[in-house]
Write a new protein. Sequence first.
Length: 390
Amino acid sequence: MSKEIDIKEMVNARKARGMILLENGFEPKEIDRNVWIVPSQTGNGTYTVNFSNKPHIEWKCTCKDFELRGLPCKHISAVKIWKNLKAKFEQLHLKVKQKISIKNIDVECCKFCHSPKITKYGVKNDKQVYFCKTCNRRFVNNIDFENMKYNPKIIALTLDLYFKGISLRKISQHLKQFYELNISHKSVYNWIEKYVGIMNEYVNEIQPEIGDVWHTDEMMVKVDGSWEYLWNVMDERTRFQLASVVSKERYIKDARMVFQKAKRNAGGRKPKFIVTDGLPAYRSAVNKEFCTKTNETEHLWNTGLRHHPSNNHVERLHGTIRDREKTMRGLKIEDTPIVDGNRIYYNFIKPHENLNGKTPSEEAGITIEGNNKWLTLMRKSVQYQKAKVS
């Protein structure tokens, strides 16, 4: 019994010495994932620590203490503590920040003859026109938007106005009043449909750094005069909206469909907890999609604003969507770009008071550089689409 106590005391003493080693700045140097070099506390050389888990877990050190007693020495203890601290630090503070940025490309030569003898030649459709003195041809700087008649900033403006709650016809009137552009409300909708589709494909490839608790709920919306269901999945920590799906029914297959989309947009990641209301379809869908029988994801159901845990995060999202729906007077078609566009606006454009003025994407480690976030997203999405085709 005393021998067993002595061994425990010896191991604990070496753990304490390993901590002192780290506190004094003797940090292990990682040679590869299983080998570390630890400086001697006296400054007279180094020791090599090795780890192996085949056929069983085994630590070794080249110091005399380990060779003599075969117990984890202070160098092994220092490496273990250092590994754990490093993993926790990286998880909490060193998340990979993803930047979405574009480079401003200045016009330095003619796009046709590449002559540097160019001059500005007025503005048409709010786009700067250039004139080449060598080949006598006019052109505009429309890289990434070669076939576009209007300035991309105008399209970015229409997207911003629409998802802030302005109707299509009022946007058309705004463009005529302030920019002297005769653009119909149908053209505005066509822009929304085109660029929301491109941007949605791009942003779904970006994996956000989200938390372990997801909230799911559904709300009723009018689609072409009939009531249908809009399902939403949101991450609690970042408020990042992972999925939005419209369906005619509230069966298990419908709930599974939104969970499958949420997992794809989260890079295949599953939450530790998923919070829903008491809809029976959720229980079966969560069991099938998140393997709750193996305790991978725990399902917290029958929640609401007055219950614990609450589902108020996604309920507030529904309030935002409801305000937008009133302006639209319902959705016109089930496969509408408005649902995905609203998710892009909510995640990447709109600042949130509960996030101290940051967007959910910024909270999830995704930063869009520049003041015009719509324009940056549009351009990056077009570049992404071109790269896929090529």
